[in-house]
Design a protein around this ligand. Structure first.
Ligand code: PGA
Length: 263
């Protein structure tokens, strides 16, 4: 793991500290496709696939375990949708972070709201997963976000604060308001920015300029520009729209264009 400097984590900016440099060097846009329990979209592994690595935007995809080898064998940057922190043992149906790393996978999602909901994963479980993923050499994307009920009660910041409290340094965070996932309802770009800035402010000072915070929840080609233009939004974790190759391509192209505008 980890030896391939072209994969985008580009830590090589010699510590130059302006926001502009750090954004370019360590907060490169990451557009991640979460395919959930779906087969890979047609043409995903073809040479002209929009899911391929891009020269200026990190593009990763998260297929089912069954499709991880196919993605990797076709040189896509793929990660798993979950992983177990224990290295091995009596955990029927699970795959460990260490096993993913041993197979040279690159990244893993931790604590997606569907895992929290359908598999009962707690904040504590998610923090253990993130730590195990880092220890194994994987890049964890840890998902946080409030439910509709929590937002209506004005508790969204308390919830997210609790969810990130025990997370280790060195992760990628995805803010995914649960009410926006798969619903077609997207957070207003200014609301997303407000939460992203809040999350960044909660991070240890040394992590603030370098941690990527993605937005997730009904991101698509039509709203990507407004969301990605927010200064604390460093990319997207995209479900439904990532299953439509041309829609996904437009999102990646939008990110690439915005980088040039930011430069
Ligand atoms: P969505 O899913 O883009 O379909 O809302 C996002 C996610 O679940 O990561």
């Amino acid at each position: 793991m980890g030896g391939n400097a072209t994969l985008g984590f580009a830590h090589g900016a010699l510590g130059l500290a302006t926001l502009k440099i750090s954004r370019m060097s360590t907060r490169r846009f990451l557009i991640a496709g979460n395919w959930k329990m779906n087969i890979p979209p047609i043409g995903s592994f073809a040479p002209e696939s929009p899911y391929r690595p891009h020269p200026s935007v990190d593009v990763w995809v998260f297929p089912t375990f069954l499709d991880l080898p196919g993605g990797r064998n076709h040189t896509l940057i793929v990660g798993a949708q979950c992983g177990r922190p224990e290295k091995e043992g009596a955990f029927t149906g699970d795959v460990s972070m260490q096993m993913l790393a041993d197979q040279h996978y690159y990244a893993v999602l931790c604590g997606h709201s569907e895992r929290r909901r359908y598999h009962g994963e707690t904040d504590e479980d998610v923090a253990r997963q993130a730590k195990a993923a880092l220890d194994a050499g994987l890049h964890p994307i840890v998902c946080v976000g409030e439910t509709l009920e929590e937002r209506e009660q004005g508790k969204e910041k308390d919830v997210v604060k609790r969810q990130i409290a025990d997370l280790p340094s060195g992760i990628i965070i995805a803010y995914e308001p649960v009410w926006a996932i798969g619903t077609g309802k997207t957070a207003q770009p200014t609301d997303a920015q407000s939460m992203h800035a809040f999350i960044r402010g909660l991070l240890p000072e040394g992590d603030r300029a370098t941690t990527r915070i993605l937005y997730g929840g009904s991101m698509n080609a039509a709203n990507a520009e407004a969301l990605l233009s927010q200064p604390d939004v460093d990319g997207g974790l995209i479900g439904g729209a990532s299953l439509k190759p041309e829609e996904f391509r437009k999102i990646v192209e939008t990110a690439a264009r915005l980088i040039r505008l930011r430069d």
